[in-house]
Design a protein around this ligand. Structure first.
Ligand SMILES: NC(=O)c1ccc[n+]([C@@H]2O[C@H](COP(=O)([O-])OP(=O)(O)OC[C@H]3O[C@@H](n4cnc5c(N)ncnc54)[C@H](OP(=O)(O)O)[C@@H]3O)[C@@H](O)[C@H]2O)c1
Length: 331
């Protein structure tokens, strides 16, 4: 299958949120959505970086309508505050692209008490999504199926998750290398996608009851030239050598092309209902694994992770104000 962002429909009147929009894949995701007329909220942890990225996009597309949502995924208070700020400004949300991420960073715990990659890549996006689901469902209720979508950026790096997929007895994986921590967080993005699809995708109870249908996808964008490798610690030096070789042979994509799969899943008319809930590696490439691990296909594991996340985030107070929409209480 081929896709080019030039084929995106007119997105005037549609509202999107993209996390990690100030850099790399997220930057071009915001740019192409805005180029096609969408009102896009770019999430960035640094207001300076966000403002400068928006100015860069406006230089290319002067009529781009882009707002800034300040949000640090390492700080769940700021995630909840950003979601509430958005909800005070808008009454509709057509697309959420959970794109921000860090890769193989040295071990660190956030002030919320979670391992940094786990929180940044998975948990904070789960909390954000949970806060935005009510407005997305309201938006979807009055529109054609496929008008409202969630895209979770994952990675072929999920293949490096620990044995069994998610280590519920020691989620921080403190004693290992950073790669299983990255793999575990990226596997969680796929399992989250599965759960959202089950609850809200085509044929779900929500869709059947007329409560709103949301199309959901997990995207591995390919090997893309971005800033993500800059945070890789010493243990990632092997990867850096591999990347240098791939670069030499032109096998790393530019960040713009890296955004295309996300854009297809977020807004293309060519996406089909039966593609909701799936793992996308639309532009399969030489040397890149395009298969999922068995853990990524494990429905029971997705359920267990959903239960764990619902319980923990409720106990810690990140989602308790949401009235009756929590996917894990509706099952
Ligand atoms: N590049 C690849 O080859 C590749 C391959 C597979 C999957 N991916 C996935 O693609 C996604 C996008 O990554 P990228 O390659 O475009 O990397 P990138 O250029 O480093 O962009 C990552 C974005 O996430 C933001 N971010 C990181 N930590 C954050 C935090 N605590 N709070 C808020 N924002 C935060 C960054 O903000 P700052 O600018 O402030 O750091 C940046 O905007 C990630 O989920 C990654 O796992 C990438």
């Amino acid at each position: 299958m081929t896709f080019h962002p030039g084929t995106l429909p007119d997105l005037k009147g549609k509202v999107f949120i993209v996390t990690g929009g100030n850099s790399g894949i997220g930057y071009y995701t915001v740019a192409h959505l805005a180029e096609h007329g969408a009102h896009v909220y770019m999430c960035a942890r640094s207001p300076e970086k966000g403002t400068s990225a928006i100015a860069g996009i406006k230089k290319m597309h002067p009529s781009a309508n882009i707002g800034l949502l300040q949000m640090d995924l390492m700080d769940l208070t700021s995630v909840v505050a950003a979601a509430k700020h958005f909800l005070a400004l808008e009454t509709a949300l057509h697309g959420l692209v959970n794109n921000a991420g860090i890769m193989a960073t040295p071990f660190e715990m956030t002030k919320d008490g979670h391992e940094a990659q786990w929180q940044t890549n998975y948990l904070a996006h789960w909390v954000l999504t949970e806060h935005l689901l009510p407005v997305m469902l309201r938006t979807a209720k009055t529109l054609q199926p496929g008008s409202v979508r969630i895209v979770n950026l994952t990675s072929s790096g999920h293949l490096g998750a620990p044995k069994g997929g998610i280590n519920f007895t020691d989620l921080s994986l403190k004693d290992g290398s950073p790669w299983p921590r990255y793999g575990q967080s990226k596997l969680a993005n796929i399992l989250h996608t599965k759960t959202l699809h089950k609850m809200y995708g085509p044929g779900s109870p929500s869709a059947r009851d007329g409560e709103g249908e949301i199309w959901v996808s997990a995207v591995h964008p390919g090997l893309v030239e971005t800033n993500i490798a800059t945070s890789v610690g010493e243990s990632g030096s092997g990867l850096m050598s591999v990347l240098s070789v791939l670069r030499l042979f032109g096998l790393m994509w530019p960040a713009d092309k890296g955004s295309w799969t996300s854009l297809f899943c977020a807004a293309s008319r060519d996406m089909k209902a039966e593609q909701s809930g799936t793992y996308f590696e639309v532009f399969g490439r030489f040397l890149e694994p395009c298969w999922q691990s068995s853990a990524a296909k494990d429905g029971k594991l997705a359920e267990k992770l959903g239960e764990w996340t619902g319980e923990v985030t409720r106990k810690e107070g990140w989602v308790h104000n949401i009235s009756g929409t929590s996917i894990y209480t509706r099952a």
